[in-house]
Write a protein that binds this ligand. Structure first.
Ligand code: F6P
Length: 345
């Protein structure tokens, strides 16, 4: 009987995916188990876009961004014939288990594929947002934070030279992990995150105070889903729909910039980091984390630990039930944000 482990990468890409794929292939090779690469996420399992991965097809890919398997946001439950096609291809390609590398959407879908359809699968958390429950870190996050920190460092020098308020909008979906961590590292004067609705009057008071003591420039880091407090929510309905569009978040930085200019006599400029945070080579930390998670996922398959996700707690690899992960987002650690606040103003 065939005994192949399938692997797919779903959702948005993030640096480190290739390191996971390589690690899965190399650890499985030690057990003489072959790995089937499924292309374009769940879409590849539906369409039968599946090919064996060899030692040579994954050689030297750990430093490359993106994913050699390609990805998609395809959800098999949305395709009326998708589940039947997956059943057929599962048999046709001799799959005995599946490793799914994905973010919140893909892992929630994996939980259903395990619980309701009975597929023996193991999840591996990936996202630059670091918002997955059950793991302290996701690979891709350290790379995104490094890129955002470098950008803040560069904005600092130009802000100081031109006496400007620099607003930096960063990714993170519904959590402020990238904003908080990069803000601390880059010495942000204020950090606005979704978990802490902001009052623009307080932001402006802080900037005025800085100006009063001769600090003629400031760095404001804004997470893409940061929201004004209901007490001071001046967004129009059109702005709200555009900025908090689930398909594509973004634009709150420009609005905050305008609100600041209207209230404080300082010029402001807005930089949206966007997809730069997700592209390019992973940091060494992310390569190692991705490699460890890939190896751990294969070992979970060997032990028959299905319906679970590989994760990291402290410095250890752990295995957590997908039910504890699905349909949730891990908010920013309160302690981390409290530390960031010490440096505001
Ligand atoms: O979840 C990762 C992420 O990069 C978010 O930070 C961002 O909001 C989203 O994906 C963008 O997704 P898409 O690739 O669909 O535009």
């Amino acid at each position: 009987m065939d005994n192949y482990i399938g692997i797919l990468t779903g959702g948005g890409d993030c640096p480190g995916l290739n390191a996971v794929i390589r690690a899965v292939v190399r650890r499985a090779m030690q057990e003489k188990i072959a790995i089937m690469g499924i292309f374009s996420g769940w879409r590849g399992l539906i369409d039968g876009n599946i090919k064996p991965l060899t030692r040579y097809s994954v050689a030297g890919i750990q430093y490359k961004g993106g994913t050699i398997l390609g990805t998609s946001r395809c959800n098999p439950f949305d395709d009326p014939e998708g589940l039947q096609k997956i059943r057929d291809n599962w048999k046709k390609y001799g799959l005995s288990s599946l490793i799914v590398v994905g973010g919140n959407g893909t892992l929630s879908c994996s939980m259903r594929m395990w619980k309701h359809e009975g597929y023996p699968l193991v999840g591996v958390p990936k996202t630059i947002d670091n918002d997955i429950m059950g793991t302290d870190y996701t690979f891709g996050f350290d790379t995104a934070v490094s890129i955002a920190t470098d950008a803040i460092d560069r904005l600092h020098t130009t802000a100081e030279a031109n006496h400007r308020v620099m607003i930096v909008e960063v990714m993170g979906r519904h959590t402020g992990w990238i904003a908080t961590q990069a803000g601390i590292a880059g010495g942000a004067d204020i950090i606005l995150i979704p978990e802490k609705p902001f009052r623009i009057s307080e932001v402006c008071d802080l900037l005025r105070k800085r100006k009063a003591v001769g600090r003629n420039f400031s760095i404001v880091v804004v997470a893409e889903d940061a929201r004004p407090h209901p007490d001071e929510d001046y967004l129009t309905a059109e702005q709200r729909d555009r900025v908090y569009n689930e398909e594509h978040l973004g634009g709150i930085g420009a609005i905050v910039g305008r609100w600041i200019e209207d209230r404080v006599s300082l010029s402001s400029r807005v930089t949206v980091l966007g997809y730069i945070q997700r592209g390019g080579s992973p940091t060494a930390f992310d390569r190692v984390l991705a490699t460890r998670l890939g190896v751990h996922a294969v070992e979970m398959v060997l032990r028959g630990e299905f319906g679970r996700m590989a994760g990291m707690r402290g410095v250890d690899m752990v295995s957590v039930p997908l039910e504890e992960v699905a349909d949730k987002a891990k908010p920013v650690n309160e302690e981390l944000y409290r530390i960031a606040e010490i440096f505001f103003g």
